[in-house]
Design a protein around this ligand. Structure first.
Ligand code: NAP
Length: 523
């Protein structure tokens, strides 16, 4: 099966033989993919000229209706998306649900929020600013959807959610998109676009997809386009550094990798709330999607006196979890996405091992359940232990089921270690000690996109360390890319351009009456 690309309003067969997409459990070829032959400049121009004007002519509530219909189509095809997730990502039911159900939830969420913006087609910000003695002349701030296209570069680990968390705010803003999913897992994204196109929900040109290499796509983005990237910091640097992007000052949002941390409070003891909650969350973060989540816990920062107890508890939990072929109902942890990622994980663990000791796992030759070790791409869940919070442990993101315990000796040191991630998507604090929680938040908040606090009072009710909810901010400073996504209606700002109008007070008043107020974003 060859995956076709959908550009300039039609499905197009790629040139050449394409690259194979593989089953990471069996090694079997599933499909072929390529962008060869796609006219990327024409793809962008079609989105700008055909998709954008129609979307902009709709009100926020009409665009929200489109999102609602997309969610219905996705929900109707959920079983097929789970099947593709199993085949192409080796996803367990829980893994597939995290991606696919997360995608459907996010689209539904924006459909609901969008309705609240009513008949407006653009945004107004703040109140009128008097600029003359008589009051005849005034100023105001407004935001129009950009007249270009949104270009999405997505990472391999979230082919469904990655599409929807970007597409929902873009479409609701009135901006068409061209999505380029990561090549190894492009099938699911391509199938979702196919289902939406078949259903005839979106205006012509509102959604396009290019599978395979991005080729020269960035060389054709314009000043009106928005580039929204999710992936590694290394690729992010190339995107930012593209000469055309720099020349045109094209807006770029980067969601990159992150060495996230979980911090255990100084008072925590085994068998009591925060300790047990941290152990449970750490195991979940290591095993769900085989640790292939940008938000997963990579460093567990614990009081030195609790290192052994935490190590024992996590190791005991991991030893009872089956790793292998997700078609076997006893299996809870599947493979990483392919042999390349497996090798990258092995290389990352080797780097960590130079400074850390392996507490659990770490065996490159371990035998997964119901799978051929040679053909498959499994990584043994691995817990390591560092002697101090300095060094390589703060730099290496092993994108798999791998995490490292790090000791701290004071409140200040715990925060200092978290900061050594140089900017992270998320940190979580497991503690009953209110002073420790407050001090840690004030020390690390500026270098983190999100902080989760958990203790017994919220046991069983938290959204989880690694779960990105559309109502809260996703993105982090520094190494994490410096991007901002979601956070409810704030997510629309990426796709709008702010400008000031100075003129007769009546003109500013009239403009303001037709726009939806951004103050509603912060309710
Ligand atoms: P990646 O190799 O950086 O690729 C990300 C995307 O960029 C893919 O679609 C890739 O296409 C594309 N790409 C690669 N080179 C490009 C270039 N020169 N120009 C334009 N596009 C280019 O990342 P990945 O391996 O797919 O994903 C894993 C990484 O993503 C991890 O580091 C993880 O932490 C990070 N991640 C971050 C978030 C977040 O929200 N912050 C979420 C998920 C994952 P090809 O596949 O065709 O190369």
């Amino acid at each position: 099966m060859n995956l076709q690309n959908f550009v300039v309003g039609r499905w197009q067969q790629f040139h050449g033989t394409g690259d194979p997409l593989l089953d990471p459990v069996t090694g079997e070829e599933l499909a072929r993919v390529s962008s060869s032959g796609v006219d990327t400049a024409a793809a962008l121009e079609f989105a700008r000229t055909a998709g954008a004007p129609t979307l902009r002519s709709l009100s926020f509530s009409q665009r929200a209706e489109l999102l609602g219909k997309m969610a219905e189509v996705f929900a109707a095809n959920r079983d097929e998306y789970f099947r593709i997730s199993l085949l192409n990502l080796g996803a367990t039911q829980a893994d597939a649900s995290f991606d696919v159900d997360g995608a459907i939830y996010t689209i539904k969420y924006y459909a609901k929020l969008g309705r609240s913006l009513g008949d407006a087609k653009y945004l107004k910000e703040g109140t009128q600013i008097p600029l003359s003695k008589t009051g005849a002349f005034a100023g105001g701030h407004f935001l129009l959807p950009t007249k270009g296209a949104a270009v999405f570069f997505n990472a391999f680990n979230f082919p469904a959610w990655g599409l929807c968390e970007k597409a929902a705010p873009a479409l609701l803003s009135g901006v068409p998109f061209v999505v380029k999913p990561a090549t190894p897992t492009a099938w699911l994204t391509q199938r979702m676009i196919e289902d939406v196109i078949k259903a005839g929900i979106l205006p012509h040109g509102a959604a396009s997809i290019i599978c395979g290499s991005a080729r020269d796509l960035l060389d054709h983005v314009a000043e009106t386009d928005i580039v929204s990237f999710t992936g590694s910091a290394e690729t992010a640097a190339r995107i930012r550094g593209n000469a055309n992007v720099i020349r045109r000052s094209t807006r770029v949002n980067i969601e990159a990798d992150s060495v996230n941390s979980a911090i255990l409070g100084p008072e925590a003891v085994p068998g009591v709330g925060p300790f047990d909650l941290l152990v449970k969350e750490a195991v979940r973060e290591m095993t769900l999607k085989a640790g292939q989540k940008c938000t997963a816990i990579r460093r567990i920062i614990v009081p030195r006196a609790r290192m052994n107890a935490v190590a024992d508890a996590i190791s005991a939990a991991l030893s009872s979890i089956q790793v292998g072929n997700p078609r076997n109902p006893t299996v809870k942890v599947g493979p990483v996405v392919n042999k390349t990622q497996q090798s990258a994980c092995f290389a990352g663990v080797s780097r960590l091992k130079k400074e850390c000791q392996v507490i659990y796992g770490g065996d490159e030759t371990f035998q997964p359940v119901d799978a051929d070790r040679e053909k498959s791409a499994f990584v043994h869940p691995t817990l390591l232990r560092a002697d101090s919070g300095a060094g390589v442990v703060n730099d290496v993101e092993v994108f798999g089921p791998v995490t490292t315990l790090i000791p701290y000796d004071s409140t200040e040191e715990a925060a200092a270690i978290a900061r050594r991630g140089s900017g992270s998507l998320v940190a979580s604090i497991f503690s009953d000690d209110a002073a420790f929680v407050a001090s840690t938040i004030s020390e690390i908040g500026d270098l983190h996109g999100r902080i989760m606090v958990a203790n017994q009072s919220v046991a069983g009710q938290t959204t989880g360390h690694g779960n990105v909810v559309p109502s809260c901010l996703h993105g982090g400073p520094g190494r994490a890319g410096g991007g901002e996504e979601l956070a409810g209606l704030r997510g629309l700002l990426l796709y709008h351009r702010r400008f000031a109008v100075q003129g007769p007070t009546a003109t500013i008043t009239a403009l303001g009456e037709s726009g939806a107020s951004t103050s509603d974003f912060y309710d």
